[in-house]
Design a binder for this molecule. Structure first.
Ligand code: SF4
Ligand code: SF4
Length: 107
């Protein structure tokens, strides 16, 4: 994938120029984990960018006391965050990439 990627202590930040910042993915993810609609309970964080088009997307893939770890929604065919995103293909790529990086770091 051509997306810029940056690793952090809790996860991976992807540059997503196509993201419109609706934050529906955060809500969908919180519903997946906790059955509520709180971005605080999401494994995805949509982060503002000051200098370029779009937003950054942080996918949490390491244990953190404040946020649930992304499990890739392995219990369903299409991750819930992806189902509600206007840029499904891009977000799906990021979820997959976050899983690959997590698996590599665990080896
Ligand atoms: S649902 Fe898609 S477009 Fe909306 S904020 Fe999340 S990644 Fe961006
Ligand atoms: S794939 Fe990860 S980020 Fe997306 S809804 Fe599922 S747990 Fe949340």
């Amino acid at each position: 994938m051509n997306t810029d990627v940056k690793k952090t202590k809790v996860g991976i930040i992807f540059d997503m120029p196509e993201c419109g910042g609706c934050r529906t993915c955060e809500i969908a993810c919180s519903f997946h984990h906790r059955g509520d609609f709180s971005p605080l309970n999401s494994s995805l964080k949509i982060l503002d960018k000051k200098d370029r088009k779009g937003f950054n997307v942080l996918i949490i893939n390491k244990s953190s006391k404040n946020n649930p770890v992304c499990d890739g929604c392995i219990d369903i065919d299409t991750p819930l965050c992806v189902q509600f995103c206007n840029e499904k293909e891009k977000l799906q790529e990021m979820i997959e990439a976050a899983k690959v990086v997590k698996e590599k770091s665990e080896k």
